[in-house]
Write a protein that binds this ligand. Structure first.
Ligand code: HSE
Length: 440
């Protein structure tokens, strides 16, 4: 059978990895897919650079529309990124009846509903394994491997840049700004790292996983998003003394205890017990923990970015589509795992209704009665204390740090208590409050 013909839109880091992996492993891939998979055409603004990567056998053009217009192309791979031209070209490729593979988490988290509907109307597949956690086959695991389960929650380190920064802050005791500069120098963080350090990239990925896990539309606009820019080295140190590590987690949870049901969808720095495997995921690595009612806890670990790790996911999608291209569209794996007419509108809960434990750091005057006033406020809000740590003040010092770990509480109640504690004259600086998850 004639090889499947693929057109690439964009040949940067992931595109060149995809080209290399398809070339290097072409025999194995053909044996798995049942036919060959060939990159026949590439569109990239830098035509000369693109030619130097793919050689003479592949047609290179500057305009992506030429790829879409080519009737010989069966699958379009979008590796441009962002919501601008990438969205236009993906929708045009779908309209032209092409299957699409994309690594674009931002596009799917924000416009997924529109894109999947367009694909369904045309009977084509939009595959996106590379959009979440790079080379880790987490979409496959959620959509197919765990399909027997009611997913209870997912918690993931799904941004390598921030995990690298947090690992360095902990290892070297350095503050955020210093480590960020070093990460940029080493090429771990981009020149404009905003999406990574503000938690937006992780929230895009968490949004996609949430929709697949719970059978809902993608709703990035309702995610609660906090990054790591405010995190102090002192909190990483205190957390460690209490047996915890701080990780930027993307979390989504089913909440059957609220009337009508709800879903938590949030990204924020989180204290995790140091003994959990995920707490020991260091550097730029990614990991996702999924809790299913039948399977229990499962953990997926690997490289979340990079040329060939991400290409591994792109090529897996190409193989899937090659196998499925002839299957009746109604019998393919649905984009969001659930049949499109079975998606539920279960609400994403506001952050005030989220339930977590907390780590609090209060800079307080070192005098009689301070601790008692603070614990009274917590008790009045029905917030139970799990552990307390007080830094010994140096000679002559009149203030100290008070660290409190709480048991689970509703966030709205904690915010009220924080307001009252902050107003105490003996609390001398803004209180640091970080969420804590036991993940068990
Ligand atoms: N910028 C992302 C990260 C990789 O740091 O993990 C692509 O999603």
């Amino acid at each position: 059978m004639k090889p499947i013909q693929v057109g690439l839109l964009g040949i940067g880091t992931v595109g060149s990895g995809t080209f290399k992996v398809l070339q290097r492993n072409q025999q194995e891939i053909r044996r798995r897919a049942g036919r060959g998979i060939e990159i026949a055409m590439v569109a990239d603004l830098d035509v000369e650079r693109a030619k130097s990567i793919v050689g003479d056998g592949v047609q290179v053009v500057a305009d992506g529309r030429q790829v879409i217009a080519n009737p010989a192309i069966d699958i379009v791979v979008e590796l441009i990124g962002g919501y601008g031209i990438a969205k236009t070209l993906v929708l045009e490729a779908i309209a032209a009846g092409k299957h699409v593979v994309t690594a674009n988490k931002a596009l799917l988290a924000v416009h997924g509903t529109e894109i999947f509907a367009a694909a369904r109307a045309q009977g084509v597949v939009v595959a996106f394994e590379a959009a979440v956690a790079g080379g880790i086959p987490i979409i496959k695991a959620l959509r197919e491997g765990l399909t027997a389960n009611r997913i209870e929650w997912i918690a993931g380190i799904i941004n390598g840049t921030t995990n690298f920064i947090l690992s360095e802050m902990r290892d070297k005791g350095l503050d955020f700004g210093t480590v960020l500069k070093e990460a940029q120098r080493l090429g771990y963080a981009e020149a404009d790292p905003t999406f990574d350090i503000e938690g937006v990239d992780a929230a895009h990925k968490a949004t996609i996983m949430s929709a697949i896990a719970f059978g809902t539309p993608v709703r990035f606009d309702q995610a609660h998003v906090e990054g790591i820019t405010q995190l102090a080295a002192a909190d990483i140190r205190y957390a460690e003394q209490l047996g915890y590590r701080i990780k930027l987690l993307g979390i989504t949870k089913r909440r059957d205890d609220v009337a009508g049901g709800g879903i938590e969808l949030r990204v924020h720095p989180t204290l995790v017990p140091a003994k959990r495997l995920i707490a020991n995921v260091e550097g730029a690595m990614n990991a996702v923990v999924v809790q299913g009612d039948a399977v229990g806890t499962t953990l997926y670990y690997g490289k979340g970015a990079g040329s060939e790790p991400t290409a591994s996911a792109v090529v897996a999608d190409l193989v899937d589509i090659t196998r499925l291209a002839t299957a009746d569209p109604d019998h393919r794996v649905p984009h969001l795992a659930f049949q499109h007419d079975a998606l539920a509108d279960t609400p994403i809960l506001p952050i005030a209704q989220v339930v977590t434990a907390f780590y609090l750091r209060l800079q307080v005057a070192d005098q009689t009665g301070v601790l008692s006033r603070i614990t009274t406020i917590l008790a009045e809000h029905d917030i139970s204390i799990d552990a307390v740590l007080q830094r010994e003040s140096a000679d002559g010092e009149t203030k100290t740090d008070l660290i409190i770990l709480t048991h689970d509480t509703v966030e709205g109640r904690m915010r009220e208590a924080l307001g009252q504690m902050q107003a105490l004259p003996t609390v001398l600086a803004p209180i640091v409050a970080l969420r804590k998850e036991e993940l068990s």
